[in-house]
Design a protein. Structure first.
Length: 450
């Protein structure tokens, strides 16, 4: 009795372990909204701004110059040279270059001493950075840090909070912009630091999301063409963050799923979907062949393999959606349950328009055979019955295809065509399904019709 119980228990534990392992390592097969996430350091990951204020106050006191918190607040986020210059102008101080440099050297020495005594992590941000670092391969993103501080200060802070190896790239506005020439300065709020880190990451600035705590940092990232979420702290909360896409009270508010893989809740797709993803090995083959031919291009993995029949918009809570599902259940088996074997006959490069201007899609063209056209017309009739308008081309303009990659290129037409071995009749059956799409109209998940 006890022996049987132990054996059953072992089997149960093994099954639970395997299930958790599979779920824990689930891969995203769609392109994320952002391909890189970039953190600022001071004020975002570590609460060091109050230490910097104390260091400035003590350094200026040595030269008999008072420095109050109100003086420092508009200067938070700038590099040392800019801070001393802005402070001198505001207070009408005639500081010589020699004195200014002495103050900066003294401030750095004082700050270094304070830094050795106390570095306070901002726990919500540190927790998010660790989570993203652990999951970045699964999420298909890169992680970077861009700080206006010297590299030695950055690394000391990161070591103290356990993030020294978390980032793909770490850039210092003081140490890594020596090749940039700008008489007004090169550090934040200038965009150079973010332009360079995007180049290091090999990611388009438009595909980067930045976390910043200062107006100077927000301006720098936004000017570089990136999306910025402001996360003000006690010293910066009164600064102007109008250039940021969102203002968060803390990074505990940042939802990874909704921000990287957003679902509009409104877009749906009636599509032909393969019975099992491993049956469409030609999609993986197409992606591998394309990557081999298109070295240097930015690639996304596209959506789940599918051939769109009709796309439409409706609120997810609308009762019409349930009625569509009910109507589909009553379709004749010849429409809903008959397997379709699409014939792939061409390789296409399509220039995208609207918000995706400058991007291209690559797809396998599908023959307009009677089975697919009948399903397309049936889906159109279904939408018409409920007063819905299709969002994709119809009639003679309808071009069935299976998209397998997205990319950006200065010369898309120079990409060689795909080998003919990918063309021909599908090896596995496709069936009609109603699925939810993301904000880019990419088929993400099937809606069960059971």
């Amino acid at each position: 009795m006890n022996r049987k119980f132990i054996l059953k228990l072992r089997w149960f534990v093994t099954i639970v372990f395997l299930f958790c392992t599979i779920i824990g390592h689930a891969e995203y097969s769609v392109r994320p909204r952002f391909l890189a996430i970039i953190f600022d350091c001071d004020g975002v990951l570590v609460d060091t701004e109050h230490l910097k204020f104390r260091a400035w106050k003590e350094a200026l006191k040595k030269h008999h110059i008072p420095f109050r918190l109100e003086d420092y607040l508009p200067l938070v986020g700038y590099d040392s040279q800019t801070i001393i210059k802005m402070f001198s102008v505001t207070k009408n101080l005639a500081l010589s270059r020699k004195v200014s440099q002495e103050v900066i050297v003294q401030q750095k020495a004082i700050y270094k001493g304070l830094q050795q005594k106390e570095i306070i992590p901002i726990l919500s941000a540190v927790s998010l950075a660790k989570k993203l670092s652990q999951d970045k391969d699964r999420l298909h993103i890169k992680l970077a840090l861009a700080s206006s501080a010297p590299k030695i200060e950055i690394m000391k802070n990161l070591r103290s909070i356990g993030l020294s190896k978390a980032f793909d790239s770490i850039i210092s506005g003081q140490d890594d912009l020596q090749d940039v020439v700008d008489l007004e300065g090169t550090n934040k709020p200038k965009p150079y630091i973010y332009q360079k880190v995007a180049k290091w990451l090999q990611v388009d600035p438009k595909d980067c999301l930045v976390f910043e705590d200062t107006a100077a940092g927000v301006t720098a990232a936004q000017s570089a063409g990136m999306t910025v979420f402001a996360v003000p702290n006690a010293l910066t909360q009164r600064q102007d963050f109008s250039k940021s896409a969102r203002v968060l009270t803390s990074l505990s508010e940042f939802d990874v799923q909704n921000n990287l893989y957003p679902m509009s809740g409104k877009k749906f797709n009636l599509a032909l979907v393969p019975l099992a993803k491993d049956q469409v090995h030609y999609v993986d083959s197409a992606q591998m062949n394309f990557k081999a031919m298109a070295q240097g291009y930015l690639l996304g993995s596209g959506s789940l393999p599918h051939i769109s029949l009709c796309q439409f918009e409706i609120e997810k809570e609308s009762p019409i959606l349930a009625e569509i599902q009910t109507e589909m259940k009553h379709w004749e088996p010849s429409l809903l349950k008959k397997p379709v074997y699409p014939e792939f006959q061409s390789f296409n490069i399509v220039a995208l328009t609207g918000p995706f201007q400058g991007q291209f899609a690559t797809d396998l063209g599908v023959a307009r055979n009677e089975d697919i056209l009948l399903l397309h017309r049936s889906c159109l009739s279904l939408l018409q019955k409920f007063g819905l308008k299709p969002a994709n081309a119809v009639g003679e303009l309808y071009r069935p295809h299976l998209t397998f990659a997205f990319f950006k290129s200065q010369n898309a037409l120079s990409i060689p065509k795909m080998p003919n071995l990918l063309f021909g009749r599908s090896q596995g059956p496709f069936y009609v399904e109603l699925g939810q799409a993301d904000e880019n109209w990419q088929y993400v998940q099937s809606l069960s019709m059971d």
